[in-house]
Design a binder for this molecule. Structure first.
Ligand SMILES: [Zn+2]
Ligand SMILES: [Zn+2]
Length: 234
């Protein structure tokens, strides 16, 4: 099961539960909210993947490490994060584009395109939940993913809605994934085995949840969800 604790520019955190293990995706909310989302039980948490150093993706990183959870990110992201002290440095695992294991999860990181050092997306596999594509904060999807069971993907704004925005606002949006770019990408992916698509990291001011959901369902024919806190995807 995939659970959304938070999604969007104010904070991102998701859990993937499979085979009695929990993998955290991002920790960009307050530590207390993460604890609450885990029902105050850290015993099943095997690790935390972090895509990049923006605070909405790693706000609680120091507390996560202090709680005994290993974190996984690129070298560039690690360099961009403010670690409070260095007592827990041994919890930081820097990854390149090779498969690594976190508990019984297999993870393949891949590069995405964003305004940070070395942002990553993750292809995650666990035998009890299958293949999950997790990709956010990227203006472009360079890779094609076939037959993912679940897709968690950014759908930040629509080109339709930003025509009259001032330039500085458009610049911020342009480091994120638009509905139209996502649609073009998904058309290239083989989705035959895909069970769900969850749209994450919608722009607060320029996102249109109902429209995005309809459009993606129309393009893909797949069950599509909007990531809101508490959403559970199976
Ligand atoms: Zn973000
Ligand atoms: Zn970002």
């Amino acid at each position: 099961m995939i659970k959304v604790l938070a999604s969007g520019s104010k904070g991102n955190c998701y859990t993937v539960q499979a085979g009695g293990e929990i993998l955290l995706l991002e920790c960009g909310i307050g530590w207390k909210d993460i604890l609450k989302g885990l029902n105050f039980d850290l015993s099943k948490v095997v690790g935390c993947l972090i895509t990049h150093e923006h605070k909405d993706h790693c706000k609680a990183v120091n507390e996560v490490m202090k709680a005994g959870i290993d974190i996984y990110m690129s070298e560039g992201t690690a360099a961009g994060i403010e670690f409070k002290n260095h007592i827990y440095d041994y919890r930081v695992n820097t990854v390149k584009d090779d498969i690594f294991h976190v508990g019984n999860f297999k993870v393949l990181p891949f590069r995405v395109q964003h305004d940070t050092n070395e942002p990553l997306g993750f292809l995650i596999y666990h035998k009890d939940i299958g293949k999950i594509v997790f990709v956010t904060d990227t203006y472009y999807l360079k890779y094609v993913f076939h037959n993912a069971d679940h897709i968690l993907v950014e759908c930040n704004y629509s080109e339709r809605d930003i025509k009259d925005l001032p330039d500085y606002k458009v610049r911020v949006l342009k480091s994120h994934l638009s509905l139209e770019t996502l649609q073009e990408s998904l058309m290239l992916w083989d989705l035959e085995k895909t069970k769900t698509i969850t749209l994450i990291h919608l722009s607060e001011a320029n996102g249109d949840p109902e429209y995005f959901k309809e459009e993606i369902e129309f393009t893909t024919g797949k069950r599509t969800f909007i990531a809101v806190p508490g959403l559970e995807v199976k």
